[in-house]
Design a binder for this molecule. Sequence first.
Ligand code: ZN
Ligand code: ZN
Ligand code: ZN
Length: 464
Amino acid sequence: MPATHMRPHAIAGMITRLNDPRYARWAAQIHRTGGCRQPIHLRGRVDHIDRATGELLHSYSTRHEPDGVLRLPCKTRRASRCPTCAETYRADTYQLIRAGLVGGKGVPATVTAHPCLFVTLTAPSFGTVHARREKDGKILPCHARRDAPTCPHGKVMSCTARHSADDPRLGEPLCPDCYDYAGSVLFNAVSPKLWQRFTDALRRRFAKSEGLTLRELRQHLTISFAKVAEYQRRGVVHFHAVIRLDGPAGPAASPPAWATVEALTEAVEHAVHAVSFTVPATVDDPARVLRWGDQLDVRPITMDGGLSDQAVAGYIAKYATKAAECVSTLDRRLSPLDDLAALPLREHARRLIAECFRLGELGELADLRLIHWAHMLGFRGHFSTRSRHYSITLGDIRADRTAFVRDEAATTGRLPLFDEDTVLVIAEWEYAGKGYSAGDALLAAALTGTALPVLAAGGGGDAG
Ligand SMILES: [Zn+2]
Ligand SMILES: [Zn+2]
Ligand SMILES: [Zn+2]
């Protein structure tokens, strides 16, 4: 156990908790959060009332719980904030992506016959960066150029290093002063709009090739998506997406005969190149047109030896729990008042954040809210999104789990079994903080077998 976790007040807090007569109840709460690093504290009560007679059948209040609160898992998707809850999120995402590929969880298995692609849309280049390149299992030099040009800042645009996979220089520009930092953060900021335009262009392409209006197309075809954003090392997002063709009613209906894998591939290639987004001119910079990068990866998802449904679901689920990797230790909102120089960041990330602050001050770009999203390097979209018809939702999976917990509580006698039609449930809850005190954090880690959270000096969380 690191010495920083053994401060005297943490040990004193731990001893107080262990000697608390309600320690067993506290420990049971902690077990139920499953090792959440920053449990949410709720204060409140639930009354079960007989609808016919008005009789109070059962009452629960957190007044009798340790510290007067109920502790629930935080349910974050971000592994950097809570590894345990992020793992739950990852597993749930895996299930729903997979259900959209092979059926299950209410999606019929006939969905396997629908044309389906795994598509990666990338960002364009904003300058040469250090890269790890491999060919036939051999690591190649980064950017070896015999007649490498020298940039205006006197840097030779060549790097002969064979970078290891964990080389911190990966993704960093050969010359930071040549790098287009504005382009990088603006691309992140408009990428959700580019995605929207891409999906619109797909529909228009199908409509045009079949001689239909968009309204008529909807009576034949639904295009279903599930996508996830991934940060490349250089700090720009790209998107991995499952794109599937369904009939008008979604996965339960067959798509029309003309909606083939080949037709979808052609439409994707067309739509990626057809769309752009224009960022308005500012006092400092002219207007610029942003598009997807040239690197487009389109692969059919097949049930027989090609790209498998498990591989695709695993890939999307993995990225759904990540934040911007090059700022991952700084997974929180920033303000222009923060001293960027004092933050634990590499220079490349610092410059990307500084560029968000600079551009965010410009009235013409106010809509992009770049200051608000500086910690995400400008990206303000949802990390993983699905169209309405793709498959079940995370909410459905969570409702399953809540029902399970309730049934489990009923069968073990902690909650009486009521008929939901005849009983009125009145619940009142309020947020009462989150996280652990320093002493509780030590105990919780021991109880749940999880890693200790990194505690800020003076104690953890805003428990209380
Ligand atoms: Zn958690
Ligand atoms: Zn290099
Ligand atoms: Zn330069």
